[in-house]
Write a protein that binds this ligand. Sequence first.
Ligand SMILES: [Fe+2]
Length: 318
Amino acid sequence: MSSRIVGNHHITLSTGGAQEDWDFHTQALGLRPVKKTMLYDGAEPVYHLYYANADIDAGSILTSFPMRQQGKMGRRGSNQIKEIGLSIDVGSIDYWANRLDQLRFATEHTEALGTKRLRFAHPCGIPYTLVGTSGDNRRGYGEGGVPSEHGIKGAYASVISVIDPDEMVMYLETGLEAKKVDEDGPQQAFEVAGGFGGRVEIVHEPELRPGTWHFAEGTPHHWAWDVTDEDNQMGLKGFIEGLGYTDVTEQKDRGYFLSCYNRTPGGALFEYAFTPADRGFLIDEPEDQLGTTVQIPPPFAHLAQEMLDYLEPIEDHR
Ligand SMILES: [Fe+2]
């Protein structure tokens, strides 16, 4: 397992409409609203929406860029993150099957790599998988219409589709010190870090056309790992670069945390992030008001009104 990564930090998706995304995560999935802010990259304003479990644990944070207003459609495919694996108690699978059925989401019961799973999709098409687990002590939110005991606890695994697994396996094993823990036909599972959310599952899909990498509706964008501090982040960046993967980005200031990115040889974008003690989601709004008003990132403060006028409004329907 990695000596520098402790688990997942957050997951980021390029989704469809902003209201649709907000309602899906806060109502259908019952996640805790955490932040409405903006994407730091690009020329046109795009929301960056954050959701989490009860305690906003690192590794429970799901974030989205609603791209529909920009009209950029993506293509899901290989060499891309394929599914978002989230942990729920194994006893809650039937609860979720009934809930999603009532909400008119199509679901599929599956069993893979030793776990029972329930598959469905975000309204923009991104596959989500609720993975039945035992002993995950992270707390479901409980105030979003889903009782806490059934709530989504946080990340379980990044499921990545690859045309050829070998280069990705080498990256995981040498770059991230990952350990292979399971295999079943075209699927292989690796532990990058211990605990829930430290896992990568590779699916070999040689016939599948590669998916899009740009910010575009309907595609997972990246999986962020928690490297805990700057020493680990810079150490990992130097180590990965020293193996020949020289395209690890410089550190980028994401307001709430600090990040480096690397396009892995399996095509999925990984982020290596940490939240310094003086950052986090309480730097711009108090805990009891998280996610209630749009937070303009400081670099765009002079464009605040212009951005707010441009973006579609988001109402809280809970
Ligand atoms: Fe990120």
